[in-house]
Design a protein around this ligand. Structure first.
Ligand code: NAD
Length: 310
């Protein structure tokens, strides 16, 4: 297989993923709406293409890592999209968190010209992308996955084949539905505990060895305790994921009452101007409402003048 790989979508996730692929020896051809984000990767030897179609002409395998289904559809089917440059035998891998229905439709379009499609969304955040320890959940033909395992391996600690095309995103939406519920309820619990007189650091230590333990809570030493709400995973993207999960629930007649509450929670954070902050920032409106700061490492060691959102 030609080792020249196309990569479109150089955001919080795409950039570190590209750094790892370059380090693993792949030749990359890059594209993004914003050419400036590519500069450090071009300095490391990657090439630039002006449109997705040019990327597809240059590479037999193209990866996208884009924010929304609308962006994916534009990049694949738009007038200068991948489809305009595809050749029979090419493979397209979408690593965005996407609607299963869209990736299935794109796979049907691609099949008409003999192009294979895998959906391969990821979990593990920007930290996992930097370290190459993402979890990748793949939908599509096992034979295609086998052909590109060596491409995905520098990015991932675990690769799961979930079933036919679209199943990668079903898995990802279920994962994020559960993960984002943990994110909101962890913020709620921590604010309640601190307001009712507990030390946040001791509460954190207790819960991470008790039944409340979860991935979002374990980010607190890096995020909430340090008052670091830079993305990471933006609240706007988390809201997109919840919206897609709720649509999947409606499609299959599955009621998702908790997910509805989490979506409303994210909408409250977006209304407070926090959409482009990391998802841990859902704690900020709660802190502002209750007058507490879930700082660390302990209340008495907390620096004076810790920023509170208002
Ligand atoms: P981001 O918003 O940081 O980056 C998206 C990039 O795509 C930007 O550089 C933007 O300019 C580019 N883009 C948008 N529309 C485009 C178009 N039409 N053509 C070309 N480029 C376009 O997003 P991110 O955080 O990197 O997330 C990417 C995907 O990965 C999303 O689907 C997200 O849900 C998913 N994801 C993110 C995380 C995370 O922690 N950030 C974790 C797992 C999965």
């Amino acid at each position: 297989m030609n080792q020249k790989i196309g990569f479109i979508g150089l955001g919080q996730m795409g950039r570190p993923m590209c750094r790892r692929l370059l380090a693993a020896g792949f030749d990359l051809v890059l594209h993004d709406l914003d050419p400036e984000v590519a500069a450090p990767l071009l300095a490391q030897g990657a090439a630039w293409a002006g449109t997705p179609a040019e990327v597809a002409r240059a590479c037999r395998v193209v990866i996208t890592c884009l924010p929304t289904p609308q962006a994916v559809e534009e990049v694949v089917l738009g007038p200068t999209g991948l489809r305009a440059g595809w050749q029979p035998g090419d493979l397209y891998i979408d690593m965005s968190t996407n609607a299963p229905s869209l990736i299935r439709r794109l796979a049907q379009e691609a099949a008409q010209i003999g192009v294979g499609v895998l959906d391969a969304p990821v979990s593990g955040g920007t930290v996992g992308a930097e370290a190459g320890t993402l979890t990748i959940m793949v939908g599509g033909e096992a034979a295609w996955l086998d052909k590109v395992r060596s491409l995905l391996e520098p990015l991932a600690a675990r690769i799961f084949h979930m079933g036919e095309v679209g199943c990668g995103n079903v898995a990802k939406l279920v994962n994020n539905l559960v993960g984002l519920a943990c994110n909101s309820i962890s913020a709620e619990g921590m604010v309640l505990g601190v307001k009712a007189g507990l030390d946040p650091q001791i509460l954190y230590e207790l819960m991470t060895v008790s039944t409340a333990d979860n991935w979002s809570l374990r980010q607190y030493p890096r995020t909430v305790f340090k008052r670091n709400f830079a993305p990471g995973f933006k609240i706007n993207l988390a809201h997109k994921d919840l919206t897609l999960a709720l649509a999947l629930g409606r499609e299959h007649g599955v009621p998702l009452a908790v997910a509805e509450a989490v979506k409303a929670d994210l909408e409250a954070a977006i209304a407070a101007g926090l959409g482009e902050q990391g998802v841990d920032a859902v704690i900020l409106p709660r802190e502002a409402r209750t007058g507490v700061v879930v700082g660390g490492p302990t209340q008495e060691h907390q620096p004076k003048g810790v920023a509170t959102w208002s």
